[in-house]
Design a protein. Structure first.
Length: 98
């Protein structure tokens, strides 16, 4: 299974954006939240889900959206299930390493 990733340095941080292929380009709305899954932020190319999970080790900030990538991050112990926000039923999680 493939996901879109975008990996870039921002100052002293390394930002990794991951999204499931089926949510790229969507706008998710729930209550006061409007979340744009923008291609310019998430689409730096496609990689396997396992490869994307491996990229988390070398990142200081991770932003992920989509059932597959968020569930895999939970399974690998990167994200606590209670830290997941659901927008229109689509899971979204962030990791910040201090």
């Amino acid at each position: 299974m493939d996901v879109y990733v975008n990996f870039k340095k921002v100052g002293r941080n390394v930002l990794l954006a991951i999204c499931d292929c089926d949510v790229l380009g969507r706008t998710l709305k729930e209550g006061e939240i409007t979340f744009h899954v923008k291609a310019e932020f998430y689409n730096g190319g496609k990689v396997s889900l396992e490869e994307a999970m491996g990229m988390i080790e070398n990142s200081t900030i991770v932003n992920m959206v989509g059932k597959n990538c968020v569930e895999k991050a939970i399974e690998k112990g990167y994200v606590h299930p209670e830290a997941v926000l659901h927008i229109e039923g689509v899971p979204h999680a962030q990791i910040v390493k201090l």
